[in-house]
Design a protein around this ligand. Structure first.
Ligand code: ADA
Length: 566
């Protein structure tokens, strides 16, 4: 299983995951071959719980002609070999990538994937950090058989003109041989619109666009997440040669003044930051467990998830689309210093991550905002140039969603509780977002902190923009109870969240809040910063999703605020 709906009726697709693959550790020693489940993380295998290095996965497949292999996520560097020949290398655990093998001989073939989760200078984004970089093929793998041309991606933008919804379609066609005439059409709600006819050249991409009205469309909202399947088809000589089915929701995200609106209504964010991490599964979270997370998130009264700090599994996004959960999706980075950002690989690795994220996730109606570079350097000119470049890249790929980044570039002085902002990038995004920890890293009153923060941001070009508190929270060791309500106890966390959430939600100048964080997560063993049990324990539930005391506090508070600021 790799999506929640059928993606092709014409193109033949076979899942290569959801099965056992051969697996061997590559650490220079004599290691036997064993069988392992794909998707999976090797940290869940006996003896490999803390293995940082390389391993090879293998299996055979039977196919021929033009074959596309799609990997939804490999953590974090993949080298793909087919019949012993290297056909692709990819960096980055959290985005899908593919390789098209042309004119493969019909028959049995050997697929091998050498995977590395190593930290070294080649890796600018996966570094020792406050979350775990697992190893393995951690998301599904699909084999597709293509004809002479195929649809590489299809993007739909829904826009309301007067009372009628319009769909703008943009299709990327790839020729695998020269074709004189192919026709692209899109079917929605039983009606087919022909977008155009074009010739295709072997090895080149052609973009076709078109727009059409959809009478009587039911809108997508948090309360009624109506979805419509849209089928894009490519035909040649009167025959359908390829298709790509996706789902859309009719909704528009706009920013007016200090509010974010969905279909005109100003939203209030009641959210959690969520890492893809689940004890026993690592980052390869099975479908049932993903849905369990959504159920818990909904039970907590949340209406949004921030995919901190990387793009998420498409199945999770599908679940959010279906269940009306708003998503803040961001590219992969956390807390990189200027030296990290000057790594010669930083630029292209970020560019690739953003490109693959937007190309693949564009159509999810649940994604209402794109984020970049959590808590990286926004207080130097060099840092600013990186932020400007990446936000520009997003704009060039998607002008329908606002952009943001979570920053922590302020100085708080405990002695006199004074606050000073060093961030020089507040002019760049449409929405400003701040990670703040009054009552955890700072012993200070939440309302006062927020008032001072607004005061400081108002001195920057961030003034007047929507502001999200993108992180707030407190640590709690699951099971540690303290009558004195000491720090790290479940009681302390519940008290802190009570003050933090009430403070943010009753602050009219905030669009809303994301709790840091949904669940306790493993951190890299190589990273050390007061993390008992090698976990970031600010979860409202622990790593097995067992609720902490704060659960009921969050549920009570979130339950008493509506989804809209009206
Ligand atoms: C930061 C960061 C998170 C996490 C958090 C914490 O704000 O964005 O990834 O590390 O702090 O727990 O301190």
């Amino acid at each position: 299983m790799y999506r929640l709906f059928e993606v092709h009726k014409t193109r033949k697709a076979t899942e290569l995951s959801s099965s056992l693959w051969d697996f061997q550790v590559l650490n220079g020693e004599e290691n036997g071959m064993q069988k392992t489940a794909v998707p999976g993380c090797w940290e869940n295998m006996p003896g490999l719980g803390n293995y940082r290095g390389k391993a090879v996965y293998g299996r055979s497949f039977t196919a021929g002609g033009n074959v596309r292999l799609e990997f939804k996520g490999v953590s974090h560097t993949a080298e793909i070999y087919v019949d012993g020949e290297k056909v692709k290398e990819h960096y980055g655990a959290f985005t899908p990538f593919d390789v098209v093998l042309e004119n493969l001989e019909q028959g049995d073939h050997k697929l091998e994937v050498v995977v590395s989760n190593e930290f070294n200078e080649k890796s600018a984004l996966h570094i020792p950090n406050d979350y775990m970089t697992y190893g393995g093929i951690n998301r599904p793998v699909v084999l597709e058989e293509l004809g002479d041309a195929y649809l590489k991606w299809v993007h739909y933008t829904t826009k309301k003109c007067g009372d009628v919804w319009n769909v703008e379609a943009k299709l990327c066609l790839c020729g695998l041989k020269d074709l004189e005439e192919v026709t692209a059409a899109v079917t929605l709600d039983g009606k087919t619109e022909v977008l155009g006819t074009t010739s295709l050249c072997q090895g080149t991409e052609t973009i076709l666009t078109g727009s059409f009205a959809m009478e009587g469309a039911k809108e997508w909202s948090m309360e009624e997440p109506n979805l419509y399947p849209v089928e894009a088809k490519l035909s040649a000589a009167g025959e359908v040669i390829d298709d790509l089915i996706d789902r859309i929701g009719f909704r528009e995200v706009t920013v007016t003044g200090d509010q974010i609106r969905i279909n005109g209504r100003p939203i209030r964010i009641k959210g959690v930051c969520r890492h893809e991490d689940y004890s026993g599964f690592g980052c390869a979270i099975p479908f049932t467990a993903m849905q369990k997370d959504i159920q818990i998130i909904k039970d907590l009264g949340c209406n949004s998830v921030r995919t901190s700090h990387y793009p998420n599994d498409e199945m999770f996004l599908d679940l959010c689309d279906e269940q009306g959960i708003l998503v803040w999706e961001e590219n992969h980075a956390r807390g990189l210093s200027e030296a990290h950002m000057k790594n010669p690989n930083f630029d292209w690795q970020c560019e690739l991550c953003i490109r693959e994220m937007i190309q693949n996730h564009y159509n999810h109606p649940s994604i209402y905002i794109w984020g970049i570079l959590n808590e990286c350097v926004t207080d130097t000119e060099f840092g600013r140039s990186c932020y400007a470049k990446q936000l520009e890249q997003i704009r060039s790929m998607d002008s329908s969603r606002p952009r943001t980044f979570a920053t922590c570039r302020y100085q708080f002085k405990q002695e006199d509780h004074s606050l000073k902002i060093n961030d020089i990038c507040q002019d760049l995004p449409e929405v400003v977002s701040w990670n703040v920890y009054p009552q955890w890293y700072f012993n200070t009153d939440v309302s006062r902190f927020l008032k001072d923060l607004h005061g400081c941001v108002d001195q920057t070009p961030g003034k007047g923009k929507p502001m999200i508190i993108s992180e707030i929270g407190a640590g709690a060791e699951s099971g540690f109870h303290s009558a004195e309500r000491l720090k790290w106890s479940e009681e302390y966390q519940a008290d802190a969240l009570n003050e933090q959430l009430t403070g943010v939600l009753s602050d009219d100048a905030c669009t809303g809040v994301y709790i840091w964080q949904y669940c306790d997560v493993r951190v890299s063993n190589e990273w050390f910063a007061s993390r008992p049990r090698t976990r970031n324990n600010k979860g409202i539930v622990d790593e097995y999703r067992r609720p902490k005391l704060a659960y009921e506090t969050v549920k009570r508070i979130f339950g008493s605020w509506s989804n809209y600021k009206e």
